[in-house]
Design a protein around this ligand. Structure first.
Ligand SMILES: Nc1ncnc2c1ncn2[C@@H]1O[C@H](COP(=O)(O)OP(=O)(O)O)[C@@H](O)[C@H]1O
Ligand SMILES: [Mg+2]
Length: 380
């Protein structure tokens, strides 16, 4: 009985069965698709710590765009991404518009408004992303006017933004800005962790900021409210004939701490620890324990690895406290003066690892970071 596949998706990048607390972001993006070229949310930049749901929100934007019949091309911003985007758009031109050419009998696409389709077909390696995109939009606009349909746009999503790719991003940004100025139906949504993205936006580090990114609509993802967590835990199981003990729901919500990845981890493991068709308090306790361990491996460990040894020492010094830490105590524990500690405080706030918690106090941003540090970094 009840041998059903686990409905939760505790995998980085995998869309959850219920997307909690992101309705506004998706609605704003969808509105921007209708609002036409220049709508602010058409160029959006998502930041937030690991596991907060950046990739999954990019996925949701893709779904929203596809639902409006937009084209979607998605890439990771690793070296050579502009070339890969160019290839992907070229493939759309090559396969889709060829098919269209046959459907539009009596109309010769090859002669549309001077666009030489035959030319577009023979791949010219010296072409730039801008050339290929311009050709794409020119062809699409022609088809739209021939068919008499609303304009069909193109969404590009770019994940894992990193300042190491700054030069390529500057080129990419220049291309996109050019297309926006030409009133093309383009949208670009990007995502990255704060440490990797902030240097691209900075102007105070003596480096030129990437203006295209500075102007983008900023979506800073954080924790989601408990009410949304509750729905995200209950709804995937609702239709499958499972029952929850009332106290089990409350406990599961509490264990998630509003953290999106924890919703899927807790959900996945409490489901495995179910008793018959019941989710009990014991199921949640067993599940939350495994969920926390997994979160440590997949989020806390890599997040700490991104930081400098001094930053990690600062965080470890915070982990002695049961709640928010007093800056003076941290400085004392580290044996450094307050100004020096203040520098690390600033950097860790920028990295969204910690937040201010009242004057002179700081606290962890990620749930269970304290416990993770205690276990792995404090030898007492
Ligand atoms: N809003 C959300 N509601 C429910 N689950 C979510 C939500 N956002 C992310 N998740 C889940 O959390 C995990 C991490 O999401 P992901 O988008 O990969 O994070 P990021 O890209 O920020 O590191 C995935 O298992 C995903 O299904
Ligand atoms: Mg991601």
């Amino acid at each position: 009985m009840n041998r059903v596949p686990n409905p939760f998706k505790a995998t980085l990048g995998a869309s959850p069965p219920f997307l909690a607390g992101r309705e506004q972001e998706v609605a704003d993006f969808t509105d921007a698709l209708f609002d036409g070229p220049g709508a602010h949310e058409r160029i959006s930049l998502i930041t937030g710590p690991r596991g907060v749901g950046k990739t999954v929100l990019l996925n949701a934007f893709q779904d929203a765009a596809r639902a409006e019949s937009w084209w979607v091309v998605s890439e990771t911003a690793t070296s050579g991404f502009t070339q890969r985007l160019q290839d992907a758009v070229y493939r759309i031109i090559h396969t889709h518009f060829r098919t269209h050419e046959k459907r539009l009998t009596g109309l010769s696409i090859a002669s549309l408004g001077g666009v030489q389709f035959a030319e577009a077909e023979s791949y010219r390696p010296e072409m730039t992303l801008r050339d290929v995109l311009s050709e794409f939009f020119t062809l699409q606009e022609h088809i739209d006017s021939l068919v008499g349909q609303p304009p069909v746009g193109l969404l590009i999503t770019l994940d894992e933004l990193h300042f190491n790719r700054k030069d390529e991003l500057i080129d990419f940004g220049a291309t996109i800005q050019h297309l926006v100025r030409e009133n093309r139906e383009i949208a670009v949504t990007m995502a990255g962790i704060p440490q990797s993205v902030k240097p691209l936006l900075a102007s105070d580090s003596g480096q030129n900021p990437v203006t295209f990114l500075r102007r983008a609509n900023k979506i800073e993802l954080g924790l989601v409210p408990d009410s949304a967590v509750r729905t995200a835990l209950l709804s995937p199981l609702a239709d499958l004939g499972f029952e929850w003990e009332q106290a089990a729901v409350d406990l599961a919500v509490e264990m998630c701490g509003g953290y999106p990845f924890m919703i899927q981890l807790v959900g996945q493991y409490l489901f495995r620890a179910r008793e018959g068709s019941k989710i009990t308090v014991a199921s949640v306790e067993a599940g939350a324990d495994r969920a926390r361990k997994r979160l440590g491996e997949l989020v806390h460990e890599p997040s700490l690895a991104d930081l400098s040894a001094q930053d990690r020492a600062f965080l470890a010094a915070m982990a002695h406290d049961d709640g928010a830490s007093k800056m003076a105590d941290i400085a004392q524990r580290l044996g450094v003066d307050p100004q020096y500690a203040g520098t690390y405080r600033r950097r860790l706030i920028d990295a969204e690892m910690i937040t201010t918690a009242g004057y002179g106090y700081v606290d962890f941003s990620l749930p269970y970071m304290r416990e993770y540090l205690r276990q792995h970094y404090l030898s007492n």
